[in-house]
Design a protein around this ligand. Structure first.
Ligand code: SF4
Ligand code: SF4
Length: 478
């Protein structure tokens, strides 16, 4: 029914989306072509990388491990510590900017080709197709009453889905818990009382079950609903589009007026365009939209409708590209503007951030030192002829090997570390000890002296860190 809004703006075509409407099950038709191949060849390495990475060892630990109890993130050859949180935050900001840049340039290609939801849904649909056949067979099977054939096909599909969901869920937990221990620990054993038990922490079991269930639900059952209604990126990506963003478009001028035609009919004379209204572009669409209605926020730019329409165009001996990747400006003015201020700005911002991030990583020291003055301790104490200040010294050896560290103390006066000895600190160890610094009483002319302590690895003088603090003394004013 036309609404008031339509009455007010008769020239605008307004599309209403009922978020609560049951749109029915989507039966995606199989299609092959250029973009389907790209989806396959981008999806497969991503899945292989995702599954294999927790099994690859670097320095006798997984290549990627988010070790939450130890508060260390191992990413390939680098280990990030809590104090590197800013670097990780920068990494995420760079990734977000890269996504914005790609969206301005190529629309939602991330969604169509590399988003885990898309890649996993594609795998789940492939399993469905293997067990139940292509679109028409699946529709027929769903309309049938339950029989042995239907039970067998459905149960095989769900078993394979669950297996894939378990591999996905366990792998995900494998990024936080060593995967070999996780899989061995999932096998139950009997304790001394004959009860079935697991050696794994309950949290690891819970998250494995949780992510298995979420994968099964998201990729098996919810599919396009996740992209349409749950994904926040789908909601705000439209603001990054401009008239020169490449996206999948239907060439309205060429396609309309759409309609079926007889073989050898001069359809142009009958006022028809190139679209034969076969609906293939709709049947292959994983989010169940008709791209001929114009650019829509649900479209993930996967290009499957391009493959489908190109196949139809080939059959009809019409030129390809009735649906194609192009920009609004290309369709309306015949030209896409590549150098746009927004795009140049995004690229420049990424370049600056990547350079700053790389410098920060390269110049990052693998040792960190912290000197804390204990609150409960007196500011200074007098011991014989000396004034002493007591601190807590913390040295974090973030390197992948142990080192012997020496301490160097600098200040205006001949300060001394009492009971000094070099410190042997293991790889990844946070070493903590009380530190007493002393000054002869007669040399204390002021009540505060800045001092600095430098930690240097004896086998590598590039491995060094420095911290400054204050030495407090009763000023000797005579
Ligand atoms: S696949 Fe092409 S020809 Fe068929 S309905 Fe879609 S746009 Fe028209
Ligand atoms: S309209 Fe075309 S490009 Fe957009 S999601 Fe559907 S099939 Fe993919």
């Amino acid at each position: 029914m036309p609404s008031d809004a339509e009455d007010e703006h008769p020239a605008e075509k307004i599309r209403y989306v009922n978020l609560y409407e049951d749109t029915g099950k989507v039966y995606v038709r199989k299609i092959s072509g250029f973009y389907q191949n790209i989806r396959r060849y981008t999806g497969l390495p991503l899945i292989a990388g995702y599954i294999l990475l927790p099994w690859i060892s670097i320095d006798s630990r997984p290549a990627i491990l988010f070790d939450l109890p130890e508060r260390k993130f191992h990413i390939l050859f680098t280990t990030f510590w809590p104090q590197d949180f800013m670097l990780l935050a920068w990494l995420l900001i760079i990734a977000a900017f890269a996504l914005f840049t790609v969206t301005v340039l190529l629309g939602r290609v991330y969604c169509g080709f590399t988003c885990p939801q898309t890649v996993w849904t594609l795998m789940f649909i492939s399993i469905e197709r293997l067990c139940e056949g292509d679109r028409n067979k699946r529709i027929k099977l769903d309309q049938q009453d339950w029989n042995i054939n239907k039970i067998m096909r459905k149960s095989t599909k769900h078993s394979l889905w669950l297996l894939l969901a378990f591999i996905t869920g366990a792998t995900f937990v494998g990024y936080f818990f060593p995967i070999r221990e996780l899989l061995l620990g999932l096998i139950p054993s009997r304790d001394e009382f004959g009860m079935i038990s697991w050696t794994l922490p309950p949290a690891a079991i819970f998250w494995t079950i949780f992510f298995t269930g979420m994968t099964y639900l998201n990729a098996g059952w919810m599919r396009e609903q996740v992209c349409k209604y749950m994904c926040p990126y789908a909601r705000f990506q439209a603001v990054m589009y401009d008239k020169d963003t490449l996206a999948v478009h239907y060439d309205n001028a060429r396609g309309e007026k759409r309609g079926p035609r007889k073989p050898n009919q001069d359809y142009k004379e009958s006022g028809l365009g190139d679209c034969i209204d076969c609906s293939w572009c709709v049947q292959v669409c994983p989010v169940d939209i008709d791209i001929r209605d114009g650019l829509q926020y649900e479209c993930i730019n996967c290009g499957l409708c391009v493959d489908a329409c190109n196949a139809v165009m080939d059959k009809m001996s019409y030129p390809r590209g009735l649906i194609r990747y192009t920009s609004e400006d290309q369709l309306q003015q015949g030209k896409t503007h590549w150098f746009r201020p927004r795009l140049v700005g995004y690229c420049a911002a990424i370049l600056i951030m990547v350079t700053a991030f790389s410098l920060a990583i390269v110049s990052r020291s693998a040792v960190d030192v912290n000197i804390i003055r204990d609150r409960g301790v007196k500011l200074y104490r007098i011991a014989g002829n000396e004034i002493q200040n007591i601190y807590t010294l913390k040295i974090n050896n973030m390197d992948n090997q142990s080192h012997r560290y020496r301490l160097e103390l600098e200040g205006e006066q001949p300060f001394k570390i009492k009971g000094y000895r070099p410190l042997e600190i293991e790889a990844g160890e946070v070493f903590s000890m009380p530190l007493r610094i002393a000054l002869p009483r007669e040399l204390a002319k002021r009540d505060k002296y800045p001092i600095s302590i430098t930690v240097i690895a004896e086998d590598n003088d590039q491995l060094t860190a420095q911290e400054e603090t204050i030495f407090i003394a009763p000023a000797n004013k005579e």
